[in-house]
Design a protein around this ligand. Structure first.
Ligand code: ADP
Length: 453
């Protein structure tokens, strides 16, 4: 039984339970109605029989002493009017023989002692009477066929209606369960699909109602989106890392082989190989750190505001310590706040400002400006560096893209900084763009929502 229940689908269980509950309540209700109807109708039948008896007794008493049994035998019209056509009435003598008979629907009931008898077929009333000198018994037999037939019809109708209700409730229960289970069925199909094919081709389950199922789907959807993002990030991290780390690893391997073969005795080779290996190792370390930062930054938390002036001041102070030649010129409204968490704004501006300093040669002059346009705030970072040619401009936000010219080659970098910045800017409802003139300088511009408060 337990195994059978376990094997049933939710829809079947639902249909079975609703049918069972409806059937039981219907059966209970029918039993109560049937019993009450039965006792009420049988009481009515009894009353009808009793009225006949009482009327007959009253008639006989009224005529009283004047009446003889012959009168009644000869003139039974009045009694006929009182006795219903389905009833039978007898006047019996002491021996129990019929002296008068009205209608002939039922034989005399032998027991004349008890005043009221109820059998399956009839109710019987016996009354002692006296008509002149005649002493006898008045017996009225009231048949119950019609009543019993009626009750039988009612019972059959109730049973038929009961089974119809059972069937109908099972059907409605099944349909309802099917309707309610539809999104769950679609969800499980989607989960199976994801299990077999991964996140590719994930078709969202459409369900607009704001009920429990709607909420469940909402949570599921949000969870799947998170998982999908993490999965993509993980895949990208693995492919980026394996692709980008191969070159420096090969370089280190090559140099170590060089040392093994000749370097042990040739100091020049030894020095150069160790220096290059160290440099490549550092580069790898930085790259891994940045790749991890990129993966983490893609899921930064939302909300928060930052003061642009304060953030820029903090960054420029740090950079001045690192690059004493750099000069920063600020044209920022100290009140302006943007709808970006402080950490994120710090990371974005630090990257832009550091690039500006790094790529601007010996005397970097960096201008930072804020411009308010309606609900948006533009932050511009302008440098006096070599500029970026039109050929490179569309690519500088790509991962690992570095301009491989004579000047940039000596500047340390991984080509990941701007990719991280762009991801973060877009995550916070911002845009980033760049304008550059070769030999004059470059302006990086980020634009965010202004904090409304
Ligand atoms: P990284 O600085 O680590 O190389 P980025 O993603 O920050 O990586 O920058 C990508 C490339 O864009 C840099 O290698 C550099 O050639 C170029 N670039 C970035 N900022 C500037 C700038 N202010 N002036 C000139 N070139 C720049």
């Amino acid at each position: 039984m337990q195994a059978w229940i376990n094997r049933m689908s939710l829809k079947q269980k639902w249909a079975a339970v609703s049918a069972f509950v409806i059937f039981i309540s219907y059966a209970l209700m029918c039993t109560v109605v049937f019993i009450s109807l039965n006792s009420w109708l049988s009481y009515q039948e009894e009353r009808e029989a009793k009225r006949t008896v009482d009327d007959l007794v009253a008639l006989i008493d009224e005529q009283g002493a004047r009446l003889t049994i012959q009168d009644i035998q000869e003139n039974s019209g009045l009694m006929n009017a009182i006795v219903d056509r389905s009833q039978t009435a007898y006047i019996l003598n002491i021996d129990g023989d019929a002296v008068v008979q009205i209608n002939n629907e039922a034989p005399i009931y032998e027991d004349t002692q008890r005043t009221f008898i109820e059998t399956n077929e009839a109710v019987i009333f016996n009354r002692p009477i006296q008509i002149g000198p005649f002493l006898g018994i008045l017996q009225v037999l009231h048949p119950l066929h019609a009543f019993q037939q009626l009750m039988q019809y009612i019972l059959i109708a109730m049973v038929i209606a009961g089974f119809a209700a059972l069937l109908l409730s099972a059907l409605i229960g099944y349909q309802l369960a099917q309707y309610l289970m539809k999104p769950i069925t679609a969800l499980s199909a989607e989960m199976m699909d994801i299990k077999e094919n991964g996140f590719i081709g994930r078709a969202n389950v459409v369900y607009t109602a704001d009920d429990e199922i709607g909420k469940l789907l909402h949570v599921y959807d949000a969870m799947m989106k998170q998982l999908e993002t993490s999965f993509e990030q993980q895949q990208r991290f693995v492919s980026d890392a394996s692709h980008e780390l191969r070159t420096p690893l090969q370089a280190v391997e090559g140099h170590l082989a060089l040392i093994q073969r000749w370097g042990k005795h040739d100091e020049a080779v030894l020095d150069e190989s160790i220096a290059t290996s160290l440099m490549e190792t550092r580069r790898m370390k930085k790259m891994v750190e940045e790749l991890l930062a990129l993966a983490r930054r893609e899921q930064v938390d939302e909300g928060g505001v930052a003061n642009v002036y304060e953030t820029v001041t903090q960054i420029t102070q740090n950079l001045t310590a690192l690059y004493p030649n750099a000069q920063f010129h600020m044209d920022c409204d100290p009140q302006v706040e943007v709808a970006v968490p402080e950490n994120a704004l710090h990371h974005i501006l630090k990257n832009m400002l550091e690039n500006a300093v790094k790529y601007s040669g010996q005397e970097p002059h960096i201008h930072v400006r804020t411009k308010i346009e309606e609900n948006r705030c533009k932050i511009e970072v302008e440098d006096n560096g070599p500029g970026i040619s039109d050929a490179h401009l569309p690519h500088i936000f790509e991962r690992f893209y570095r301009i491989d010219d004579a000047r940039s080659r000596d500047i340390e970098g991984t080509g990941l900084g701007l990719a991280i910045v762009k991801t973060m800017v877009e995550k916070h409802n911002g845009v980033i763009f760049v304008k550059s003139i070769l030999g004059v300088g470059t302006v990086f511009i980020v634009e965010f929502d202004k904090n409304k408060a």
